[in-house]
Design a protein around this ligand. Sequence first.
Ligand SMILES: Cc1cc2nc3c(=O)[nH]c(=O)nc-3n(C[C@H](O)[C@H](O)[C@H](O)COP(=O)(O)O)c2cc1C
Length: 333
Amino acid sequence: MKLLLAPMATLSHEALRNLIFRFGGCDEYYCEMIHATSLVSGGKFEEYYIRTQPEPDKMVWQLTDYREEALKEASKIVSELGGIGIDINMGCPAPDIYRTGAGCAWMSKSLQEVSSMLSKVKSVLDSSITSCKRLSCKIRLGEEDFTIEKLFTYCDMLVSEGVTQITLHPRTRKEKYTRKARWEYVNQLCEYLKTKYSSLNLQIIGNGSIFSVEDAISSIKKAPNIDGIMLGRSAIQKPWLFKQISSALSNEEFKTEIDLFELAIDFMKDIENCQPQEFWKTRKQRFFIYFCDNFQFGNYLKSQLINNDGFEIQKNILQEYFEKMPSERFLTI
Ligand SMILES: Cc1cc2nc3c(=O)[nH]c(=O)nc-3n(C[C@H](O)[C@H](O)[C@H](O)COP(=O)(O)O)c2cc1C
């Protein structure tokens, strides 16, 4: 069972990968979505989106755009960086992405239009001279009126264009994150595709609402033939969760003590190493939104950290919190 880091804008960057790597890493690191047009036009911050550490061979480049030419040209750039392959973002429901015709909007376009875009990206991957060869897509269930048959037809088209890994986040566009991910649809899609294309080595990945080892095990029980599970928000809150899940699945013992103060400090330092100064504030804020859920008075700590900026100030806030709540500083798992 593969374990994958989800693409998350402003979050799935090198500093988060470094943090996950401290606990043993994962099998595939999807990067935060890269806007193809900006990459091609040499945007000021693009070099930060295409960093590859700490495990360059395990990178998956997620591209977002509505323009097929931009996606093709961006594919040329990222494929030269190596890694596993390119993923097309077909699941993002954010209004400013969706409105342009990118993200989840791809799932409502004509199959010919999507095929045309995918064949262009695939042609780049086919001629790639690096390890970057695989074409994958990350999808949702679709719009509110989705049916499983429509989803099957859409995925038939993806497969016919050479997509060999499909990640399903089983929520509709409008559901965003409100209701629980519906893993029964991951199972139905997996069974359909694996039966129909048994001669192809299609990889089906399930994603959504895995926050613990127990969630991972119960999701896999619901979709037993999937090839992997992808973690998003929980990977930020608990970067050690990949290791915990992989140990549990292989019946290995994994015990460690984590100093959460030291972890937060190291992460803040790493943000300053891996990101442009213009991003330091927002990237730390985004991290603390999820990381503070580890603590009893997490909402208080979160608001303190988010409303104050600067390494030393935030370090002091953390220090004061752990002085008041010393038992929360060290986590034994
Ligand atoms: C802050 C944030 C940013 C996200 N950005 C992306 C993105 O760039 N591309 C994408 O395909 N999905 C994106 N997602 C969706 C996640 O990849 C994932 O599908 C979703 O969070 C559900 O998984 P989870 O329950 O494990 O968090 C984002 C989610 C969050 C919370």
